[in-house]
Design a binder for this molecule. Structure first.
Ligand code: HEM
Length: 126
């Protein structure tokens, strides 16, 4: 069974996204990168995570090839920001996914991806 189905499908992905973005926009390292109107970002993330976890290719159908690392190049993704993003995601998973073993698998996939998106050094390091 795909992770998407194990999580609980569309409803579970939406719940995860809704638990995640309030944390992102409240985080001092992350908030400045995001637009004031976070709704469209949430919708795209919902589409993307659906396919990322093995559900229907909703992101690709609407926006084309994800090229997600390339789409993030415009933003300074430092190691500290990747850790911040992941900390928000860890909490959102804890809030919305009951099964610990499943949470851990989802987490591993996201962790690898987030570190892959790092495209700048931390500010103040050389
Ligand atoms: C590593 C830390 C990360 C940071 C700091 C970050 C930050 C951002 C920012 C600033 C945007 C653009 C918001 C806008 O539209 O103006 C964005 C878009 C997006 N991010 Fe991330 N992101 C991170 C990791 C991830 C990961 C791991 C995923 C997926 C697993 C992801 C999925 C997305 C998606 C789907 C979008 C929307 C892309 C689009 O515009 O079509 N991000 N992210």
């Amino acid at each position: 069974m795909e992770l998407y189905e194990r999580m609980g499908g569309a409803t579970a992905i939406r719940r995860l996204v809704e638990a995640f973005y309030p944390r992102v926009v409240a985080h001092p390292l992350l908030a400045p990168l995001f637009p004031e109107d976070i709704g469209p970002v949430m919708d795209k993330q919902e589409q993307f995570l659906t396919q990322f976890f093995g559900g229907p290719p909703r992101y690709t159908m609407e926006h084309g090839h994800p090229m997600m690392r390339a789409r993030h190049l415009a933003f300074p993704i430092t190691p500290a920001r990747a850790d911040a993003w992941l900390a928000c995601m860890r909490e959102a998973l804890e809030d919305t996914v009951e099964e610990e073993a499943l949470r851990d698998v989802l987490w591993e996939r996201l962790r690898n991806t987030a570190y892959f998106f790092i495209n700048r050094e931390d500010e103040g390091s050389s």
